[in-house]
Design a protein around this ligand. Structure first.
Ligand code: NDP
Length: 475
């Protein structure tokens, strides 16, 4: 058994666990590693030069626990779901009062709330921690969203701050609220990520099918857009994706990749939670649905055979400076609306659960390290700093001006795409949400009338207080 005591332990040394452990080791922390297949823990030490020397591999759960300084900090990096419960049950009999278990996987926040409640009856602590940035983020600096007891965070921050991403020197990690707050915020982060990616894919669809551009030409356009308002990790990697050649066929790699994407876990949950909260996160929902439709590739081919496909369709799009500017502005405007929806979900959850989520702080820790990192999140941080927790970002003066400036471009792009038969589920959803949300007199007065007729559901009146039911003519 090793004589070195470790500052922290990582249980589960797969893609994320191994990289997170190496990140901690590189920052000078001694990290105990435990893995179902123990060889991985030894390989992590032996294959990583000087950094690996701060990894202490262990062969058994007992040895892992004994290797940790107290109070023990134990990070679980295993697949979300019952495996987390099983691993917690396995380790708890070996722990001492005050030890802290940290689930850093993509947990359903409802599970995190349940686990937090269960652990409250024990002498241990439980932290639900969202980690974003994928493999590279985990290795070199992720964005970290922490939920749990606030006083416990002070024991973690001395490790989490050095390993997190930095935005102009500020660590992208924060305690966001009790029990499931961290995992909920990670879930909505991923929902926004789905929306952002889907909107980029839709604009790519116009460039490819509406303008007939090659992958290389499109790469240049995205690289150009990355130098202005849309500047973000996702736009940057889009330019890289489009420029890459397939070593086998010599074609652009994107042209040989099957157009089918899955939707699961946090992305799907973000849409479900938005619906549960009664918040219209229509762009996120459209993005989740679009992935579902994309995965039904054979069905789509059969439908295309019946109705004709959009392939070869050229709409009223132009590859000149003004035409491209319009697409850029449309994407930027829809992005503001999509993020406003994501933050509206956070705001509603915070109110319902009494989490008091710091929305400006959340935008702050998303500025670097995570998949949706961008200049734009700095704008959101400043909007919250200037106007407090607005009910909706579309009310923040900075965004009012930007949406007004880009609204026509979004409207024109969605309209032209509709006429050309190029699908725009997320961009159209963003536009419809905007039109619906800014319409003072809506149309659900008619819906209420129908409900009152067939089910005596009652309605409110604009001109009188109270609840009313009308004796409608028999139908
Ligand atoms: P991997 O599949 O790479 O690693 C899974 C780890 O869990 C391995 O160490 C594996 O052990 C262990 N494991 C699997 N099943 C069991 C089991 N039944 N009992 C004990 N240990 C088990 O997954 P990732 O590292 O990608 O993901 C880990 C968590 O991080 C997940 O919740 C994921 O959603 C989340 N996450 C992933 C991101 C990513 O980009 N990949 C980004 C952010 C979060 P063994 O080596 O023996 O198989």
């Amino acid at each position: 058994m090793s004589e070195r005591l470790a500052d922290i332990g990582v249980l589960g040394l797969g893609t994320m666990g191994a990289n997170l452990a190496l990140n901690m080791a590189e920052k000078g922390f001694v990290v105990a590693g435990s893995n179902r297949t123990a060889e991985k823990a030894y390989a992590l030490r032996d294959d990583n030069g000087a950094v690996g020397q701060n990894i202490v591999p262990t062969d058994s759960i007992e040895q892992f626990v004994a290797t940790l300084k107290t109070p023990r900090l134990i990070v679980f990096m295993v697949p979300a779901g019952p495996i987390v419960d099983e691993e917690m049950q396995r380790i708890m009999p070996l722990l001492s009062p005050g030890d802290i278990m940290i689930d850093a996987g993509n947990a359903d926040f409802n599970d995190t709330v349940r686990r937090s409640k269960a652990i409250a009856d024990t002498p241990f602590h439980f932290v639900g921690m969202g980690v974003s940035g994928g493999e590279l983020g985990a290795r070199h600096g992720p964005s970290i969203m922490v939920g749990g007891e606030e006083q416990v965070y002070s024991l973690l921050s001395k490790i989490l701050e050095p390993i997190s991403a930095k935005y102009q020197g500020t660590p992208c990690v924060a305690w966001l609220g009790p029990d499931g707050a961290g995992h909920f915020v990670k879930t909505i982060h991923n929902g926004i990520e789905y929306a952002d990616m889907q909107m980029i894919a839709e604009i790519y669809g116009i460039l490819r099918d509406g303008l007939g551009l090659s992958a290389g030409e499109m790469s240049d356009i995205f690289a150009d857009w990355n130098s202005r308002g849309l500047s973000s990790y996702l736009i940057e990697i889009t330019a890289v994706n489009l420029a890459e050649k397939d070593p086998d066929s010599g074609k652009p790699l994107v042209d040989v990749i099957a157009d089918e994407a899955g939707q699961k876990g946090t992305g799907r949950w973000s849409a479900i939670e938005a619906q549960k909260l009664g918040v219209g996160a229509t762009t996120i929902e459209a993005a989740v649905s679009a992935r579902g439709i994309s995965s039904r590739r054979k069905e789509r081919a059969a439908t295309a055979a019946l109705y004709g496909s959009v392939a070869g369709v050229r709409g009223d799009f132009h590859p000149d400076k003004d035409g491209l500017k319009e697409l850029e502005q449309a994407l930027e405007t829809a992005k503001i609306i999509a993020y406003a929806q994501g933050f509206a979900v956070l705001s509603a959850a915070s109110e319902e659960r009494g989490w008091n989520l710091p929305l400006g702080e959340i935008a702050r820790i998303w500025r670097a390290g995570c998949i949706i990192r961008s200049q734009f999140l700095d704008d959101i941080t400043r909007a919250y700093e200037a106007s407090g927790p607005a009910a909706n970002l579309l009310h923040a003066p900075q965004f009012v001006e930007r949406v007004k400036a880009g609204e026509t471009a979004l409207r024109r792009v969605v309209a032209k795409a509709a006429l050309a038969g190029i699908p725009m589920p997320a961009l159209a959803a963003a536009l419809s949400y905007f039109d619906d949300y800014r319409r003072a007199r809506g149309t659900t007065n008619l819906t209420q009338a129908q409900r009152d007729l067939f089910g005596a559901h009652t309605f409110h009146r604009l001109d009188q207080e109270g609840v009313f039911h009308h004796q409608w003519p028999a139908v």
